[in-house]
Design a protein around this ligand. Sequence first.
Ligand code: SAM
Ligand code: SF4
Ligand code: SF4
Length: 355
Amino acid sequence: MARSAQTLPIFSGAPVDTRRRPLRDVRLSVTDRCNFRCGYCMPAEVFGPDFAFLPRAELLTFEELALVAGELVALGARTLRITGGEPLVRRDLERLVVLLRELDANEALGGEPLDIALTTNGSLLAGLAAPLRAAGLNRITVSLDALDPATFARMSGSALPLQRVLEGIGAAVEAGFRGIKLNAVIRRGVNDGEIPSLVAYARAEGHTLRLIEYMDVGTTNGWRLDEVLPANEILARIHALHPVEPIAPSRPGEVANRYRYVDGRGEIGLIASVSAPFCGDCTRARVSADGRLYTCLFAAEGIDVKRHLRPVADPRALRDALRDRWTSRDDRYSELRDAATANRLPKVEMFRVGG
Ligand code: SAM
Ligand code: SF4
Ligand code: SF4
């Protein structure tokens, strides 16, 4: 069932889109490059050694990203999530965290600090968790689709060992991160057999596992509806192992439906973007690494914000452009999705705009 914007709090003065949805969450993509080739995102057959990723000069600098983020905070954003591509392949990422943390002084926040989060494949996290924490990062989500090394390799399309990701998660705990989330995209017939071991690992380590329906993002993953394991089936499988009961969302606009284990040993989230779309509550905007603002994960086009940054930044024009785009937003792709057309529409690739 589709959710509605009725549940969303609207802050005075904050703009809303044409469906009365405020802007709350921003994903900042810092690179389109990645050291994995997950078949559901960047299949190796398409993104081979000769693939032309963005030239460095096209990427927004950290200062430019922070400027855009600051204007989005003024329009209502309260969570900034750093993503990619693989965000940790961009050098000195902790410097961006420091610049984003400085936005806490933005008067729109009224003294309430921003929630700054990171989504990563975890493979480079071991050496970076401590500096990121010191820079002011609040939360980490690590994508982890399998614990069986062969299935992990098949899902990640990479020779990088699973052990590196597990060490990265361990380093995040060591650095003081709490409430770590583990994201697993489930593909029927590929890694659905991993659900029990992912559940056991997350419960044992005290992390929140979030199971994500395989989505028809981008145009290259050859998505098929029969590879989607619907969230209610995932839930039934988990419930049979460890009974769960639903709990309330931790905040409005949360994408995951939350459940807690009846035995008190933690919680899980299910992200049912295909079987139970949540466009009615969607408060997210995405900034691509080359400076385009997308108001839907499935949008074909984003507006060019870099033109308001170069050669000289014009914050006023930038804010007007961002506000105009948000107030004219009408996106609700997942509610309108049609399995027959899903692979034919033009759409931005997920590695360009993050999850
Ligand atoms: N590289 C980082 C990572 O994998 O965590 C950040 C970027 S990645 C695009 C962000 C999230 O999108 C990951 O959790 C990934 O599993 C998810 N994702 C990518 N393609 C997807 C798809 N087709 N369906 C569902 N989730 C997908
Ligand atoms: Fe890379 Fe993340 Fe996409 Fe996998 S999901 S290919 S790790 S960007
Ligand atoms: Fe938001 Fe677009 Fe996803 Fe709907 S399809 S929840 S509007 S990103």
